[in-house]
Design a protein around this ligand. Structure first.
Ligand code: HEC
Length: 118
């Protein structure tokens, strides 16, 4: 029964176009789009202290943020799912959905000073 369920879920994931992230492609896309020029090559040494640390952040949070910048840049009205930022809107609008998946997954694997406080 469990095997049947797993096989069914697996084929659903394929049908839905869900794909595993490619970490090397994520690193390459981060370099190609010059994200490091502000966030640092290690994604935890930004050029200004108020810029966010991306290294070690949750992949789903990062992907959500990047798509929220895309929606904001595309002119969507302000809402909880929209981020309006001139710099990041311009940067995020250059990214494909696959690049967002891969960059976010790669960033989440990097060593980080971020931590959860108890
Ligand atoms: C010119 C400087 C600059 C460049 C280049 C840049 N960023 Fe950013 N990034 C920022 C700033 C500033 C913010 C904070 C914006 C805000 O207040 O929403 C930010 C925010 C983010 C966030 C949200 C983080 C969070 O904790 O919510 C992500 C994700 C992100 N950047 C990823 C990228 C990626 C990926 C690239 C390359 C495609 C990139 N950035 C290029 C300056 C930059």
């Amino acid at each position: 029964m469990n095997k049947l369920l797993i096989a069914l879920l697996g084929s659903l994931a394929v049908a839905a176009g869900v794909q595993a992230a490619d970490l090397e492609a994520g690193k390459a896309a981060f370099e190609k789009h010059t994200c490091a020029s502000c966030h640092g090559a290690d994604a935890k040494s930004p050029i200004l202290p108020e810029y966010p640390i991306l290294a070690g952040q949750h992949a789903d949070y990062l992907a959500h943020a990047l798509t929220a910048y895309q929606r904001g840049q595309a002119g969507a009205p302000a809402s909880a799912n929209i981020r309006k930022n001139a710099v990041m809107g311009a940067m995020a609008s250059q990214l494909s959905a696959t690049e967002i998946t891969n960059i976010s997954a790669w960033l989440s694997t990097l060593p980080t000073p971020l931590q959860v406080h108890e």
